[in-house]
Design a protein around this ligand. Structure first.
Ligand code: OGA
Ligand code: MN
Length: 294
């Protein structure tokens, strides 16, 4: 589905993917060192559309890292076992087993989330590059938290504006990732629970976005888990309705760069006998804040 007009900037063409989320970018080769003008145009489109799709790319780990670094410093994931040897900035997402061990994070990300929301300074965005993918299934679905916020009724907006949600990776891991080996105490110590505003203002364009998820938030601050869980579920379901989402069917060579400040995403199931190999860089971001309109 294409909606809205295409536009040109810095020699690239941009075409909206849906009216809520995404723009496909053509006319850029990520293996090259991009100009400041190109980076500025990409940054603006990312902020406004929450997701950029760049097809037909062919990038080495070094080129992937160089491109990502133009947007900020890169994270090194707490699950260091799943980082590319020699390139800790690349987090591998894969079901492939080599020498008896998974080479990347597997069987995760099935629940809606925003990357590293459980950190005090969560990620700005993630650049996810497809090397191998199944012929069907294994898509990634994205939801616009700008569109979700805008569609909330006024009472909910008012309530959420004063509320904070506790994001907790150890809770998430124990509840949703019990098939993996448990986190070590050392890993847990690096990621204590953290409260963030339920609505966050996008630092580049000032738009409010809903910022919570059933899977990563254990509870609302000051509320019991029993009270919080049904509401978190309802809000996550509300926010991920079809009109706010885009499901990306991967092809090798696709780079999808999403904005973790205004989008959530999740992985779709696929036949585990087929191979899926994805490389992710994760750009550092700022502490979420909410600024009420003047
Ligand atoms: C991620 C993620 C989804 C997928 O890497 O951050 O959520 O489809 N991946 O693998
Ligand atoms: Mn993710």
């Amino acid at each position: 589905m294409k909606n809205g007009e295409s536009w040109q900037a810095a020699g690239m063409s941009f075409t909206p993917i849906t009216s809520a989320i995404g723009a496909e970018v053509e006319g850029v080769d990520l293996a090259e060192d991009l100009s400041d003008e190109q980076i500025a145009a990409l940054r603006q489109a990312l902020s406004d559309h929450s997701l950029l799709l760049l097809r037909g790319q062919s990038v080495s780990p070094e080129q992937h890292i160089r491109f990502s670094r133009r947007f900020g410093d890169l994270e090194k994931h707490v699950l260091s076992d799943f980082c590319l040897p020699g390139h800790p900035e690349i987090f591998i997402v894969s079901n492939i087993v080599e020498n008896g061990r998974h080479i990347g994070a597997y069987g995760g990300a099935k629940e809606w989330h925003s990357d590293l929301s459980y950190m005090a300074e969560p990620s700005l965005g993630s650049a996810f590059y497809c090397l191998e993918c199944p012929s069907e299934g294994g898509e990634t679905e994205f939801a616009s938290m700008f569109a979700a916020y805008d569609a909330l009724d006024d009472d909910r907006k008012t309530w959420l504006a004063s509320q904070r949600a506790v994001h907790d990776y150890a809770y998430h891991y124990a509840t949703f990732l019990s098939h993996r080996k448990p986190l070590t105490e050392e890993q847990k110590a690096k990621i204590p629970p953290i409260a963030h505003p339920c609505v966050r203002t996008h630092p580049d364009n000032g738009r409010p976005a809903l910022y919570l998820s059933y899977a990563l938030v254990s509870h609302f601050e000051g509320m019991s888990p029993e009270e919080s869980r049904p509401l978190l579920k309802e809000l996550t379901e509300f926010a991920t309705q079809p009109q706010f989402t885009y499901k990306h069917a991967w092809r090798p060579g696709d780079m999808v760069f999403w904005d973790n400040r205004s989008a959530m995403h999740r992985a779709c199931p696929f036949d585990d006998n087929s191979r899926r190999l994805m490389y992710r860089t994760t750009i550092e971001g700022d502490r979420p804040f909410f600024k009420t309109a003047a």
